[in-house]
Design a protein around this ligand. Structure first.
Ligand SMILES: *Cc1c(COP(=O)(O)O)cnc(C)c1O
Length: 366
């Protein structure tokens, strides 16, 4: 076995995995139709409903990472020729537009500068103008650190007969996500961000309206693997074989969700906010400011501007080599200009904030 170092993961994901989750992954593999495993699946659904704050029956984990969840929502809910309105203000909004287009959607992009959020009034105006079948937006744009307010969009979508899709990959388990209260019809997340489980599963949830849209499709879902009309019969009472569930990954997710609920969602959100505030204060003392819009910065992903004259990649390299700390580079428009310091889930601790600040102080010679 190659020697895997012990890192401190303070990038855009994966985050550090608690020992309890790693231990859960190592339990004996059993059959995917074993009664014990079926009970575990039911418990995962119940826990995910709590974390998503939803009563949606159709709440479970897709096999695959967050992007598989993204493909699942679009593949199941878009029919060729459907108009889809997508908010694009970073990499992941751009990825949603790409995926929707591949599903045959006529994509209408609503754009905003990187680092900023959309004004909800503008999103609502665009819904009224375009009258899309679907409106899709990213809640926590991991490429820019922007925290998008979304509490008014669901109501406008409903009034205009559109479904509201939300990317919660980075927000779930780190900041409030209110699927039912916000009128979200379909949402997906990932395990390796604020849930602090290794990458490999994508929690998803679908409203009754979304499931009606799926049932009314004229054409089969193009993707066999992601077709919810079959997958729901495995996660539901029929227990019909579709594909072999990633058994041990689901042990890990079960344990990770148990940890989230033991801490309590509100406590968890408060911890993420407090650690981000502590980091921001420390970075300000080093002369480092934020690249995301003031008042709309994510607590779990801090996108900060690399100071003038500093070797962006060299600092990241030294953090990794000398301190074992991983932080993220900028993507797209932010490439070479921004560092992304993640404080996600288990990684969001006072110890890690103090450590990364001390390491940066030494490296920058402050
Ligand atoms: C990480 C991320 C994704 C993609 O998830 P993968 O697990 O990398 O496939 C999608 N959307 C957002 C906002 C993300 O942060």
């Amino acid at each position: 076995m190659i020697n895997i170092p012990q890192r401190i993961l303070l990038g855009p994901g994966p985050s550090d995995t608690p020992a309890r989750v790693l231990e859960a992954l190592g339990r004996p593999t059993i059959g995917h139709l074993d009664p014990v495993f079926l009970q575990l699946m039911d418990e995962i659904r119940a826990k995910l409903k709590e974390v998503f704050r939803t009563s949606n029956e159709m709440t479970m984990a897709m096999s695959g990472t967050g992007s598989a969840g993204m493909e699942t929502v679009f593949a199941n809910l878009v029919e060729p020729g459907d108009e889809v309105l997508v908010g694009v203000n970073g990499v992941f909004g751009g990825r949603m537009a790409d995926v929707a287009g591949r599903c045959g959607a006529v994509v209408e992009k609503l754009e905003a500068p990187w680092g900023t959020v959309f004004d909800q009034g503008e999103v609502i105006k665009a819904i009224e103008r375009v009258k899309p079948k679907i409106v899709a937006i990213v809640h926590a744009e991991t490429s820019t650190g922007a925290h998008q307010p979304v509490d008014r969009i669901g109501e406008a979508a409903r009034a205009n007969a559109a479904l509201f899709l939300l990317d919660c990959v980075t927000s779930l388990g780190g900041a409030p996500v209110e699927i039912d209260k916000w009128g979200v019809d379909a949402a997906y997340s990932g395990t390796q961000k604020c849930l602090s489980c290794p990458p490999g599963l994508s929690p998803v949830t679908f409203s009754a309206r979304a499931m009606e849209r799926l049932a009314a499709r004229k054409q089969k879902v193009q993707s066999w693997y992601l077709d919810l009309s079959m997958i729901k019969n495995y996660w539901g009472q029929e227990r019909a074989y579709h594909h072999t569930a990633p058994i041990n990954m689901l042990y890990g997710l079960h344990e990770a969700l148990t940890i989230v609920l033991e801490e309590g969602l509100e406590n968890r959100f408060n911890r993420h906010r407090a650690m981000a505030a502590m980091l921001k204060e420390g970075l300000a003392k080093l002369g480092i400011s934020y690249a995301s819009q003031e008042g709309h910065s994510l607590p779990m992903l801090n996108a900060v501007t690399v100071p003038d004259g500093v070797d962006e990649a060299g600092v990241r390299r030294r953090l990794l080599d000398d301190y074992g700390i991983e932080i993220g580079a900028g993507l797209g428009v932010f490439k070479g200009k921004v560092w992304r310091i993640g404080l996600m889930g288990y990684s969001s601790s006072r110890r890690n904030v103090a450590l990364v600040l001390a390491a940066l102080r030494e490296i920058l010679g402050k």
